[in-house]
Design a protein around this ligand. Structure first.
Ligand SMILES: O=C[C@H](O)[C@H](O)[C@H](O)COP(=O)(O)O
Length: 224
């Protein structure tokens, strides 16, 4: 199977995973990116089984609406059973690097609210050690140079993502060559730099389940 076919298989598997738990009051947290798009398309097949969704980006909100799925403001939602999203890298502890699509902050917010975070990924995303994928950091624009200097002190090589403005009006620094010994410690440390909105490490709140698309089918993996 191609990588796109594996993404589609994980999207369908995620819709099947949550389907038995849905009722007419269910609101589902939906992530961002090409794998999350596959989930949205699979979810749309069951849109009569639930109430609506909250989205981690304007792009996903639009795709949901295009399928006729109501999109709610997270501030009006108190109970979110599931958040389903992709990852740029994930390890066996289900810690992730996310934000390749610049949606990391809203993703982290929706994930924080959800009871269960289901990561959907093809097998190329599973890594022994996080960090080959440059770590995205969302930054308040006026703090960009200062934050970049602080990230250099942490051993990284920050690169400004030209032409990208997040849904929150901020910019992204992609940090190359970071040695990530403890993802939890580094996530906290980077978030403490003044001017950082958030960073793409999801270790303080890892995924609860990984649905991994492989050539031998979609595997369900829990954290080690
Ligand atoms: O900001 C984007 C998100 O974190 C995505 O979940 C991540 O980049 C993975 O995207 P894709 O499924 O397109 O590889």
């Amino acid at each position: 199977m191609t990588q796109d076919e594996l993404k589609r298989a994980t999207g369908i598997a995620a819709a099947d995973y949550i389907r038995p738990h849905l009722d007419d009051k269910s609101i589902i947290g939906v992530g961002t990116g090409s794998t999350a798009n596959c989930f949205i398309d699979a979810l749309a097949e069951h849109k009569n089984l639930f109430d609506g969704a909250v989205a981690s980006s304007e792009a996903s909100a639009q795709r949901l609406r295009d399928h006729g799925i109501p999109v709610y403001d997270l501030n009006n939602v108190s109970n979110l059973d599931f958040y389903i999203d992709g990852a740029d890298e994930i390890n066996k502890h289900l810690e992730m690097i996310k934000g390749g699509g610049a949606a990391l902050t809203r993703e982290k917010i929706v994930a924080a609210v959800a009871r269960e975070f289901i990561c959907i990924a093809d097998e190329t995303k599973l890594v022994g050690r996080l960090g080959a994928f440059p770590l995205p950091v969302e930054v308040i624009p006026m703090a960009r140079s200062y934050v970049a200097r602080e990230l250099v002190k942490l051993g990284g090589d920050p690169v400004y993502r030209e032409g990208v403005i997040t849904d929150n009006g901020n910019c992204i620094l992609d940090v190359h060559n970071l040695f990530i010994a403890s993802a939890i410690e580094l996530e906290s440390k980077i978030n403490q730099i003044t001017g950082v909105v958030t960073n793409g490490l999801f270790a303080l709140r890892p995924a609860d389940v990984l649905l991994l698309g492989t050539q031998n089918g979609v595997q369900t993996i829990k954290a080690e």
